[in-house]
Design a protein around this ligand. Structure first.
Ligand SMILES: Nc1nc2c(ncn2[C@@H]2O[C@H](COP(=O)(O)OP(=O)(O)OP(=O)(O)O)[C@@H](O)[C@H]2O)c(=O)[nH]1
Ligand SMILES: [Mg+2]
Length: 308
């Protein structure tokens, strides 16, 4: 019998550092959506990666930022929760931005973890010389086991990083089947692919106030999927923007999402998008459950916040 190892690795970091890009690179496919905007990931996703006889269970988390809305607080809360029982923490830092206040705050919270690793990401976009002072600064604030210089985008340094992370996984039985997988439910995954396109095409702040829910998926005799999704927006003005002149914007979002769904799943699909005004969606329990967040926790965090 071969020995087995299995453990959790929480991927945390400021928003936009490239955490989801990294997880996708590790998995070799898109498990978590990515955008150039901040605050893309809204909840924790788990993805299982086998490295030989070692099972690495990665948790992608929402980026850390100063929370204001109820949803924001839930996102940051979810991210910090992931660190509490992790066997290793992978703190992802954008090498272009360096050690910001957010990074300092995060290091303060996780620096005593025995398996803290730091990934300096986006090294493709900075001068090599700048990495030295940055590394020194990090070592001064925390004593990570190792600092990796990586480019999640270019798949640079990712493999070596995986080997190091694998080496600290505790001995024990596999906690999940011994195959690469992710635990994102299909309905949520389909909704995320559409939300990703909204982040891409709809400008400025609006995407943060939008929620996508997969309401129904049918399969016809030819195996073509009919996917029905609701795009919840907060008011009529937002609805107009998402639909666009003559429906052009919605069509662009829908076409891009459909292509992505077909690519990711290797299926043919028709995507039916409906935009609905739901001024209160950010406060509704089912929207959080849909996203894997616990509503109770959100209410608590709101109450706590009031005390401050
Ligand atoms: N140049 C460069 N860009 C990168 C790299 N990794 C990620 N990016 C870009 O950084 C942006 C943010 O990437 P995400 O993976 O969505 O970042 P995140 O940390 O998951 O962000 P949140 O989910 O909002 O917390 C995207 O535009 C990525 O293409 C990298 O190694 N190099
Ligand atoms: Mg993300």
């Amino acid at each position: 019998m071969t020995d087995t190892y299995s453990g959790f690795i929480a991927i945390i970091g400021p928003t936009n550092a490239g955490k989801s890009t990294l997880l996708n690179q590790i998995m070799g496919r898109k498990v978590s959506i990515v955008s150039h905007k901040v605050q893309t990931t809204r909840t924790n996703f788990r993805a299982i990666k086998m490295v030989g006889n070692r099972q690495l269970i990665f948790v992608d988390t929402p980026g850390i930022f100063r929370p204001s809305r109820r949803l924001d607080r839930a996102m940051v809360g979810a991210a910090m929760d992931a660190t509490s029982d992790a066997d290793a923490i992978l703190l992802v830092i954008d090498a272009q931005k360096g050690v910001t206040d957010t990074v300092r705050g995060l290091i303060e919270k996780v620096k005593d973890h025995k398996n803290l690793f730091v990934a300096l990401n986006k090294v493709d976009a900075v001068a090599k010389l700048d990495l030295l002072p940055l590394t020194a600064q990090i070592v001064e604030l925390a004593s990570p086991r190792e600092i990796f210089m990586i480019s999640a985008l270019k798949n640079d340094g990712v493999k070596q990083m995986l080997e190091s992370l694998a080496s600290v996984m505790p001995a024990g039985p596999y906690m999940f089947d011994a195959k690469d997988a992710s635990d994102v439910p299909d309905n949520l995954y389909l909704a995320e692919l559409t939300r990703e396109k909204i982040y891409k095409y709809v400008h400025q702040e609006l995407p943060y106030h939008i929620n996508v829910v997969t309401e129904k998926v049918d399969v016809d005799d030819e195996g073509v999927l009919d996917i029905y999704q609701k795009i919840a927006v907060q008011n009529e003005a937002h609805k107009k923007i998402v639909i666009g002149r003559g429906g052009a914007q919605l069509k662009r979002i829908g076409t891009a999402a459909r292509h992505d769904i077909q690519d990711q799943w290797g299926v043919n699909a028709r995507l039916h998008l409906f935009v609905r005004v739901e001024p209160d969606w950010e406060n509704k329990a089912e929207n959080y459950e849909e996203q894997g967040l616990e509503f109770k926790k959100i209410v608590n965090s709101k109450t706590n916040n009031k005390d401050k």
